[in-house]
Design a protein around this ligand. Sequence first.
Ligand code: OXD
Ligand code: MN
Length: 629
Amino acid sequence: MTAQPTAAETAPSPAEPGEDLASVHTSAWALPPAGADPRVVAWVEQLAHRLTPDTVVWCDGSQGERDELTRLMVERGTLVQLNPEHRPYSFLARSDPRDVARVESRTFICSEREEDAGPTNHWVAPEEMRRTLDEASRGAMRGRTMYVVPFSMGPLDSPLARRGVQVTDSPYVVVSMGIMTRMGHAALERIRPGTEWVRAVHTVGAPLAPGEADVAWPCNEVKYISHFPETREIVSFGSAYGGNALLAKKAFALRIASAMARDEGWLAEHMLLLKVTNPRGRVLHVAAAFPSACGKTNLAMLKPTIPGWQVETIGDDIAWLAPGADGRLRAINPEAGFFGVAPGTGAATNQTAVDTLWGNTIFTNVALRPDGDVWWEGLTEDAPEGLVDWRGEDWTPASGTPAAHPNSRFTVAASQCPTIADDWEDPDGVVIDAIIFGGRRATNVPLVVEARDWEHGVLMGATISSERTAAAEGTIGELRRDPFAMQPFCGYNMADHWAHWLEVGGRLRAGGHPPRVFQVNWFRKDEDGRYIWPGFGENSRVLAWILDRVDGRATAAASPLGWIPRRESVDLDGLELPEGDWERLFEVDRGAWLDEVEDTAAFFAGFGDRMPAPLERELAQLRERLEAL
Ligand code: OXD
Ligand code: MN
């Protein structure tokens, strides 16, 4: 594949003074739909003048539009249509091998003041970033179509929903946004004078010279995923993949929305949402934050192994939470689809996800079977014969590389999930009874602990972490911190995010029903590196204990780390836990924990005077409880 030109190489010279770009281009620019908010129309026009697409198309979100776009992409080689006998109305996309994941090193928070981005974000001054992006994006859509994609995050008429408009030159992004959001005409209609809406600009950054042939996955070596939290704007240049390009997701629903939520008194979080019905018929709802690649989609579609419990899905990645008029915390899933990691999704780990993907699905960077269906590592135990890998090359198990890219994905409507809850689109949101924070920890962190109170729970969220493995840069065993699982997604200073949680907690406490807060860790290992807890469906035993605590039925014992379950209060029937494993799951190593507290103190010190005092106090109290052991 030929190298894509860089941003600098592709930037055409600015228009000559006095040149009337509008008269050059407007002929192919479709008229905006009648009634479109004039602010949106003016913004699109201004962008079209800068990006100079050949055509401007306003997307209506209809099936006909989607059919036309997929047809176009099949023709261009961006999509392969899968065999409809196996996977009706489904497609495979193979990305450029240099565009396969989110690029955190190229993700910028451009707040007015550096300290408002904080030490966990890459900050660039907004004027400087605007200058860079203006230059890079001048003419960047030449030879392409600019699609205008209006969308709603959250059910269309929910008071918790927010609106956005993304322009993009990638039809793959349009079709994906159509699955991941409520996209099209209905969303545009809801942007009226006075409605706040997020402006999101996306270009693959690969303009075409007249007559130049396109490639299947245009992108640019240089990438900028830039966020302007004060003005609620996103500009993404150079990538067409996932969170870099589907700007409704991480860029809007987390980075920009977290800043909106800070200003407006709610929370935008990297959390899955569950509805759980206990054996007594009580319905409870759970929000759970886990870092990327900790099995959020599996937990969101959990099949309990214990009788009497029903778990249903509301969301698998993002939750917007707000104290309601009744003083209780309510939550919506702002998304309409799942953009899940394919490898590791199979009958043994998540049959519900496998069932969700029966059709109407876009797969990206998975392997292709000779019968026109897809495959990835973990879908079945053995790889089928005759696979073509994610790069489009023939593959056998002897190839020595995975057939599906480790970050290969499925994009599918949430409504297609067999366990989707009946209240998943409740416009008022569901009442949250429990909040769970989880990390991937081989050591120290017990299977489950209940926080002593909200402040202690905020400490648990602020200290989510995973040990580095050989797969990540850095020293093995060193902690990779991912506070609130929001390290790559918080659009403002992380310490202010903790202060905001403390403030929201104060309001929930005043309402009399703050959710209970828990920490879980499915990944603890013994000295031989063996996972002690079986995980997956067996996690229902832990979830049941958590919700029995909320229901006032399960007992707990005090530990320096918080409340841990008494063995008899957890349903372990039918689980063959080797002798001593239960105790190992809750072991507190005083020395290792005191070291961890010191590491946390050093981490907190990095936030200087933005560090909220109640969290420092919580840490000091934890140290005291450990010292008393
Ligand atoms: C995701 C992520 O894609 O967290 O959901 O990276
Ligand atoms: Mn995620």
